[in-house]
Design a protein around this ligand. Structure first.
Ligand code: SF4
Length: 366
């Protein structure tokens, strides 16, 4: 049995730890590409959301490389997410693949543990727990490196070297065999990122922007055209409260999410704007927009797949949040027809608008 799983940002680094410790063979799907998208789009229902299509492309590529078993998250709604796996399994079988799907229910912590027990073929709970803890530790280190990169980008004099530095540390964390090595890498990364040559920004301080939205399009660089990197190199300091750690904290009360990135914090900030969880990341989108607006951020970039029900709910509420809390919000919608040039043009115009507003407010305070 050779396992595979959906690609989403750098998640594979943490999942790889888990599967290796559980003694399972696996294939990491190739990085999503135009071909992945084309395969997914060709065989998916037209109205399915983009993550379903690209993940289907991931699975086809991994199955063609020899995988025969797919791990997916299943479980309840309220959106279509719970049905992804079932639909993908049916499509792959219709295409002639002899594939087995394992569904992780996302409903309770016990469901996750049961699933790990199943795929580990009877490994002890202690072994599973140790593997899981080390996977979480690597996940937190990955997110730490991503955060260092985000903070350095707006003031970095040498963007290509910075991007290479990030890749170097992500690879090293992927290869790290124990806690001490991961810890040492993080310490060294902090020093190396801090010593990158800095440039002076014309306005002194970078613009501060929050990136929120549906988990997959926020985390997967291929889908969002590497939006965080582009904003960073336009001199924007990006805060991204959406992360896999925050999601795991919400689902299993584990993971290294900071207090203010948790679902509870988002719910408290969302307050009367959204009093219940409308699914996906909708509560986080609204709550974090309110939090960042109150902290004086210059703007919010909201990312969502076309027809994503929870984010459509959030999008409508963000119109009111934007008006009442005086924070500009740019919603970008992604599907297979979304073009890079269009996204870039809108991003540049948005940054321009925020910069002018920032300068006006600074003048008024002189
Ligand atoms: S959150 Fe949105 S994109 Fe994700 S499965 Fe639900 S409807 Fe689709």
């Amino acid at each position: 049995m050779i396992l595979t799983f959906p690609h989403m940002g750098n998640m594979y680094i943490a999942l790889r730890v888990l599967l290796e410790a559980l003694g399972r063979s696996y294939i990491v799907p190739p990085l999503p590409s135009k071909r992945t998208l084309e395969l997914g789009v060709r065989y998916s229902p037209e109205t399915a959301c983009l993550p379903l299509k690209i993940n289907l492309g991931d699975f086809i590529e991994a199955l063609d490389h020899g995988a025969d078993t797919v791990l997916v998250i299943g479980g309840g709604g309220p959106c279509r997410f719970g049905y992804y796996g079932i639909i993908q399994e049916q499509i792959l079988r219709d295409l002639g693949y002899d594939v087995t799907f394992y569904y992780f229910s996302q409903d309770t912590k016990e469901d996750f543990v049961e699933m790990f027990r199943h795929i580990s073929r009877g490994k002890s709970l202690l072994t599973i727990w140790r593997a899981f803890k080390f996977g979480l530790r690597k996940l937190s280190a990955i997110e730490h490196i991503e955060e260092l990169t985000r903070r350095t980008r707006p003031v970095c004099k040498d963007p290509p070297t910075l991007e290479r530095l990030q890749e170097k540390y992500l690879r090293a964390i992927d290869d790290a065999g124990g806690y001490l090595r991961v810890f040492a890498l993080e310490r060294r990364a902090r020093r190396e990122f801090a010593s990158m040559p800095k440039r002076e920004l014309p306005e002194g301080e970078p613009l501060r922007v929050g990136v929120v939205g549906e988990l997959y399009v926020v985390l997967e660089r291929f889908v969002n055209f590497d939006l965080e990197r582009r904003l960073g190199h336009m001199g924007v300091l990006v805060t991204r409260p959406v992360s896999l750690s925050a999601w795991l904290h919400h689902k299993m009360t584990v993971g290294g999410a900071s207090e203010e990135d948790t679902r509870e914090a988002a719910k408290a900030y969302a307050g009367e704007y959204l009093a219940y969880d409308a699914g996906g990341e909708s509560l986080v989108t609204v709550g974090q927009t309110v939090r960042l607006a109150k902290k004086g951020y210059d703007g919010i970039v909201h990312l969502m797949p076309f027809t994503c029900m929870p984010e459509i709910v959030a999008q409508n509420i963000l119109t009111r949040v934007s008006e009442e809390l005086k924070i500009p919000v740019l919603t970008l919608i992604f599907d297979e027809h979304t073009g890079e040039a269009g996204i870039l043009t809108r991003l540049e115009a948005f940054v321009d608008l925020m910069a002018r507003k920032h300068a006006r407010v600074a003048l008024q305070h002189r």
